[in-house]
Write a protein that binds this ligand. Structure first.
Ligand code: ADP
Ligand code: MG
Length: 701
């Protein structure tokens, strides 16, 4: 508990009250003084220049005019009722419109008195208007106080309608700054402030809300970013340290005979150096006595599966169970088929369990998991949600994470008394700063090397009109014994239309590639599982040469003989998805190709995506570009806001700062793990104040 005034509800700020507080909370997620204080402007506008009405141009966005209201009347009725004012200066006339009129508003407006009107310009058939303008009585003295850097805060239509305009928010925040001024305490130690030439905390907050010039604004922003990143990284790194100290894990004393036998007699290829290094890292974790929480990143095709399997072998060799979770059933079955033979030889009982497994089979599997007779389970999410109980799950491996929500990873914990070791493998690389911020509490392994002999995939961007060329190309490849994927987008909102595209596509390819010379498989989400399985299997065995499908094959599918990936309506896919799809080819020794087929309509962003794909095969580069284009929230397919409360830091443009501060925090904690040094007292005090005395370190676990 704490009685920090900054935790006071905004309801108690002068000018707010319970109703407005409720509204502000639901619209802006602001509930305490502190939230409001840290609600930063997202831009600043110049309020020292004025437009003449005659000079207004439709390209102006916000305008500010000095003039008089010559006429005021209500027009329309019912829902359409609005208040319209004629606003004139000595060059012309413009309309001011309020869509919600109140007696108070009408009464407060004075005719033929000088006002400054400010707002967003609407132009309709050559007529200009401003809706819900800010109106301020003209006052020579006040004019001088106007600034070029006027804060603009996030807002919403509803807030504006209810009279909580930007001007009001500015007023509230200024009011707040005055009343809590003394409560804003420095939370970074002196030596950091000096070393990095940081502005003070209070000063920075005052400046960011009302900067006098750009130079001080920059310094204030830098300081506030510094603080934000510092405490986020501190929390994440400390969480990691704590887990290692507190959360005991199974100690796998030996590497075990399963691993050893596999390594000696069954390894299908020599491991790359990166694979060996990562396996060593994992091996070390598993024998440390603490629970492993490791994120394994590697580009598509870098060989994460074998690492997963060999990690599972360590657990099994030590007498524990292991599970590998995949995002799709196809992938579960693929892994299962890949490992079933070698598991037999190693005397390992492996089973698969997915959402569509038969009830009787499911029941048997669950029993055998509970009594420990199954050593390795491969399956989909169904694993977590279906109330599966392991006898002694030693390691949980989550493959191709990017469909799994961040929160889900902890669900596995509750199965046993001790939590299993957890290895999360990403589908494609995650941008570095995003990984640091969203997964900064995990240990990280990176496979930065592809298996030998891989050729760069040749990526070609083509218009849908160049179809004949494509067909010819496909025929040559198929005649040489290769196979091809044709993928259609399937997006929830227009599922029916997309589905039609897929079937039309299938038909038209069937005409171009007639039986019996050619065989085509089709796989999509509406098919029964056995059908999907059957079609996939035919493709895997090279009985069909073309696989037409939706993105069900997006992740993980591994068929080295396939050399062509054709992505239809490629403009509708995101970068990481495109890269993931392309990663289905280039898995063997043959030269592979990826065709990105797009229609006429392309946004600027989709053009950049195509160019990026053509320019590079490197998933790490693509990940950075993706982050730049889409922002962090969309990338992991999961809402990050709760996990990553960044208000002012930008993961793209501040990436160097993030890296710098992360290693700084690491160093501080290395030297002073409990932050008990006099030097660091500001940090400890701030944590105590923010999270309560008892919970300083609990809050992070
Ligand atoms: P991903 O990292 O995308 O999951 P996979 O584990 O599916 O990649 O591996 C891609 C392909 O590369 C598979 O066919 C796999 O058998 C093969 N492979 C993996 N490691 C090696 C290696 N060290 N040498 C040769 N081939 C390898
Ligand atoms: Mg994989």
């Amino acid at each position: 508990m704490n009685n920090d005034i900054l935790n006071t509800s905004i309801e108690f700020l002068k000018g707010i009250g319970p109703n407005r507080a409720k509204l502000i909370k639901s619209e802006l997620k602001i509930s305490t003084f502190k939230d409001l204080l840290f609600q930063f402007p997202f831009r600043y506008i110049d309020k020292t220049s004025y437009h003449k009405i005659a000079d207004i141009h439709s390209t102006n966005s916000e305008i500010q005019i000095i003039g008089k209201i010559s006429d005021l009347k209500e027009v329309g009725s019912g829902n359409k009722k609005r208040l319209v004012a004629k606003f004139v200066d000595n060059t012309g006339c413009i309309e001011l419109v309020w869509f919600k009129t109140t007696k108070w508003l009408i009464d407060s407006i004075k005719l033929n008195t000088n006002y400054i009107a400010y707002g967003k310009l609407n132009s309709f058939k050559g007529n200009y208007s401003i809706a819900h303008p800010e109106l301020e009585l003209y006052d020579e003295a006040k004019l001088k106080k106007r600034t070029k850097l006027n804060a603009v805060y996030p807002s919403s239509e509803l807030l504006n309608k209810r009279g909580i305009t930007n001007k009001v928010i500015i007023g509230l925040i200024q009011e707040l700054l005055i009343s809590v001024n003394k409560e804003i305490k420095e939370n970074l130690p002196k030596y950091l402030i000096e070393k990095f030439k940081l502005l003070g905390r209070r000063e920075s907050l005052i400046i960011i809300h009302k900067p006098r010039n750009l130079i001080e604004l920059k310094r204030a922003v830098y300081r506030l970013k510094f603080e934000e990143i510092f405490y986020l990284q501190l929390r994440l790194i400390k969480k990691n340290i704590n887990r290692k100290e507190k959360i005991k894990g199974y100690n796998f004393k030996v590497i075990g005979n399963k691993f050893e036998t596999f390594f000696k007699d069954y390894l299908p290829f020599e491991l790359t150096n990166a694979q060996k290094r990562v396996l060593k890292e994992i091996r070390k974790d598993l024998g440390s006595g603490a629970q492993m929480n490791r994120l394994l990143q590697g580009d598509v095709g870098s060989g994460k599966t074998i690492v997963a399997f060999m990690s599972a072998l360590i657990a099994i060799g030590n007498g524990y169970q292991a599970c590998i979770m995949t995002p799709t059933e196809i992938l579960s079955h693929q892994h299962y088929k890949k490992f079933i033979e070698v598991c037999k030889s190693l005397n390992i009982n492996v089973k698969t369990l997915t959402g569509s497994s038969k009830a009787k089979y499911k029941k048997d599997v669950k029993e055998s998991l509970a009594n420990g007779s199954i050593d390795l389970l491969i399956g989909t999410h169904a694993l977590i949600y279906d109330g599966v109980n392991f006898k002694n799950l030693g390691i949980a491996i989550i493959d191709e994470q990017h469909k799994f929500g961040v929160a889900q990873r902890s669900k596995l914990w509750h199965k046993n008394d001790l939590p299993p070791h957890v290895l999360i493998m990403t589908a494609t690389p995650i941008p570095r700063t995003l990984a640091m911020s969203a997964y900064g509490d995990l240990d990280m392994s990176i496979i930065n090397e592809l298996p030998p002999g891989r050729k760069e995939i040749n990526t070609i961007h083509q218009s849908s009109r160049e179809r004949l060329k494509l067909i010819d190309f496909l025929k040559t490849q198929i005649d040489n014994g290769r196979q091809a994927y044709i993928v259609y987008p399937l997006i929830k909102e227009s599922e029916k239309l997309d589905f039609k595209d897929l079937l039309d596509g299938y038909e038209s390819f069937s005409r171009d590639f007639p039986m019996p010379k050619y065989q085509i498989s089709i796989v999509h989400g509406k098919m029964k599982n056995e059908e999907k399985e059957y079609e996939m299997q035919r493709f895997i065995e090279n009985k069909t040469q073309i696989l037409v499908s939706t993105t069900v094959i997006e992740v993980g599918v591994d068929i080295p003989n396939a050399t062509v990936m054709v992505i239809e309506s490629a403009e509708r896919f995101g970068l990481s998805q495109l890269h993931q799809l392309r990663g289905r080819v280039g898995r063997g020794s043959h030269q592979s190709y990826c065709f990105l087929i797009t229609g006429y309509k392309k946004t600027k962003e989709s053009k950049i995506r195509m160019e990026t794909m053509v320019a590079t095969n490197d998933g790490f580069v693509i990940a950075e570009k993706d982050l730049e284009l889409r922002g962090p929230g969309n990338i992991m397919g999961t809402q990050q806001s709760g996990e990553m409360p960044l208000r002012i830091t930008n993961l793209v443009s501040d990436s160097q700062l993030i890296q710098k501060i992360r290693s700084l925090v690491q160093k501080i904690l290395d030297k002073d793990p409990k932050l008990l040094n006099e030097n660091n007292k500001e940090i400890l005090n701030y944590l105590k104040k923010t999270f309560g005395k008892k919970n300083i370190w609990e809050y992070i676990s």
